[in-house]
Design a protein around this ligand. Structure first.
Ligand code: AGP
Length: 613
């Protein structure tokens, strides 16, 4: 959960940047660093661990300059260490960078650069970007042009900020996709750059936000924004309210909308520190799991409530497919009272955003009593569901404020996928080839999620049409069956429209009687192994005159013909499709509720954390 802060102006950049990084501490990190231009030279201080270590270093070897950039890093490529911390500098010491995101093609770029004589000083993917930029820069183009040319070479979603001692009067910031937000703060004779508003809110409330594929050239008195193709973009300045809660909401109408849009980034964050793309390994340190314990597991029970339970249902297919361990999924309020068949050979996994849900905590207690290994997947660090577990995975998505859970639904899907690989590995049931293939697929997540998010306008149009319906039936099958449940849950929670979900194959056993022109049906039909079966279900609905809303894969001609409305998602690896099919359903529920003028973030009768039975 990396954070970025940059400053250019008349003041000493160091304390401003350090203070900004402190404001981003809540996002979590494992190292931190700062670079300033001092007397025409780039000076860098970096250290592993908490910000205090960097502050001590800066005290010992002070830094002062009127332009600088800082970073808090969550390791993705390369261990948490001072050497891998950002900022990272070019080979000739002329360009320095901070970066959020994953360079998907970094091995390819690294090999290319090494074949041209480059020597890397870190294990990070980010160093390839700064090397590319500097190599272009020393050929004689401007810093801006060098950044632009280099960004055309890298794949994935990114937020980057660059400075150079050769052009010390500017900061270049760029954003591709949604893995790293970039906000520019306009001051009086000074400017700020950050990944998140709170970092710079103390200094200004006039902010501009970079969209994907835009870059900014920021000087003391001026901000110029262009697309990565060099086209001019009008600089829009938003006035951010001082109220810290409203401020954090930024340009979004509701927290839920903001949190939906954070997903490309939160999904990157949940990968960080866990996936070693170089060696094709998953590392889940806090799980406290070893080969012996993993091999002793005979059965897994996933138990949780609400949205977290729906995530668990997706996890069943992931774990059974990848790790080949039988999985049961149980609602926590049922599990705790039904005297479940659990013993020492059972691993009980609970999922919880808040980590304080009473039923979930009681289920953990019950599982412990019966001798099971109890693991948790939790967002709120320090919560009871972490403290009471034998091991845990933290979701790493940052605070979720909207009562309707969004980013805390998609993150555990990825966590469960990583857990499945990790367990399979410990049990020795994965071939090298299978592991590489599953891990490789993780790279595309932020990018595909970002593409889904970009389609919000199309989803909003469908929401306008559906805003007055009284019922919707959601259908899904296989790994997307739980997404039908999650889509229906989101809709009823915030729009108060009755929505019901069914495994599509069950339709003929009852719910088909409901279908008429007044019962819209939303069917999730990505191109996976259930596609043909879903199509025949969809045809049956069509034959009975129901309005059809489909979630389908780009280019699916049959979906286009059959659906009255289609919410398109990009093609994706089948085990990960639920991450992407969910996003349009979250946006649909959000827009229907927003159009109906409802209190989206605090729907009636619901609480964010259900700490009572
Ligand atoms: C999700 O949109 C709901 N607000 C609700 O179902 C929630 O997922 C459930 O109460 C479980 O909460 P937890 O994840 O904090 O345990």
């Amino acid at each position: 959960m990396c954070g970025i802060v940059g400053y250019i102006g008349e003041k000493n950049a160091t304390p401003i940047i350090l203070e900004g990084l402190r404001k981003l501490e809540y996002r979590g990190y494992d190292s931190a660093g700062i670079a300033v231009i001092e007397d025409g030279k780039i000076e860098i201080r970096r250290d592993v661990g908490k910000l205090i270590n960097l502050e001590v270093l800066v005290k010992e070897r002070p830094l002062s300059g009127k332009i600088g950039i800082g970073h808090t890093r969550w390791a993705t490529h390369g261990a948490p260490s001072a050497r891998n911390a950002h900022p990272l500098i070019g080979e000739k010491g002329k360009v320095v960078i901070v970066h959020n995101g994953i360079v998907e093609n970094y091995l390819e770029l690294k090999e290319e650069l090494e074949s041209e004589g480059a020597h890397f000083n870190s294990d990070t993917d980010t160093e390839t970007i700064v090397y590319l930029i500097e190599r272009n820069f020393v050929k004689g183009v401007t810093l801006e042009e060098a950044v632009r040319l280099s960004l055309q070479r890298i794949r994935g979603a990114h937020g980057i900020v660059v400075i150079s001692n050769q052009e010390p009067d500017k900061i270049i910031a760029a954003r591709i996709g949604n893995a790293g937000g970039v906000v520019i703060g306009h001051g009086d004779g000074e400017m700020f750059v950050a990944s998140d508003i709170p970092a710079i809110l103390e200094y200004t409330r006039k902010m501009s936000f970079l969209e994907s594929h835009q870059m900014a050239v920021v000087t003391r008195n001026h901000v110029e924004i262009k697309t990565l193709n060099g086209e001019h973009v009008d600089v829009k300045i938003d006035n951010i309210a001082w109220d810290p809660v409203a401020a954090v909401k930024g340009k979004y109408r509701h927290f839920m909308q903001k949190e939906i849009h954070e997903q490309a980034r939160s999904l990157t964050d949940t990968l960080t520190g866990r996936v070693d793309f170089d060696n094709n390994r998953i590392e889940l340190i806090n799980l406290n799991m070893d080969e012996k314990k993993a091999k002793a597991i005979q059965k897994i029970i996933i138990t949780a409530c609400g949205t977290a339970y729906n995530a668990g249902m997706v996890g069943k297919t992931m774990i059974e497919t990848i790790a080949k361990i039988p999985v049961e999924v149980d609602v926590a309020s049922e599990f705790r009272y039904r005297d479940p068949l659990v013993d020492e050979s059972t691993c009980v996994i609970v999922i919880s955003q808040s980590g304080e849900t009473a039923d979930t905590l009681a289920a953990m207690e019950e599982a412990h009593k019966k001798g099971a290994i109890v693991l948790s997947i939790v967002n709120a660090i320090g919560s009871q569901a972490i403290r009471a577990a034998d091991g845990y995975i933290s979701m790493q998505v940052g605070p979720e404020i909207g009562v309707a859970s969004t980013k805390a639904f998609t993150a555990p899907l990825v966590d469960l996928y990583m857990l499945a690989i990790y367990l399979a590995d410990l049990r020795g049931t994965l071939t090298e080839e299978e592991r590489s293939h599953y891990i490789y697929d993780l790279r595309v997540i932020p990018d595909i999620a970002g593409k889904c998010l970009k389609r919000e306008d199309a989803v909003e149009e469908v929401a306008k049409i559906l805003k007055d319906v009284h019922n919707i039936l959601y259908l899904g099958r296989g790994i997307n069956m739980p997404i039908a449940y999650e889509g229906a849950l989101k809709l009823k929670e915030i729009s108060y429209i009755h929505a019901e979900a069914y495994p599509a194959g069950e339709m003929k056993h009852g719910p088909i009687a409901l279908i008429d022109k007044d019962m819209p049906v939303l069917a999730i039909i990505p191109k996976d192994q259930w596609y043909d079966k879903m199509l025949s279900q969809v045809e049956q609905v069509k034959a009975r005159g129901g309005t059809l809303i489909l979630v389908a894969t780009d280019g699916d001609a049959r979906a286009k013909e059959l659906g009255d409305y289609v919410l398109w998602i990009p093609e994706s690896p089948w085990l990960l499709t639920p991450v992407f099919t969910t996003i349009p359903l979250q946006m649909l529920a959000y827009h229907i509720a927003a159009i109906r003028g409802l209190d989206v973030d605090q729907p009636r009768n619901l609480a964010k954390s259900v700490t009572v039975e």
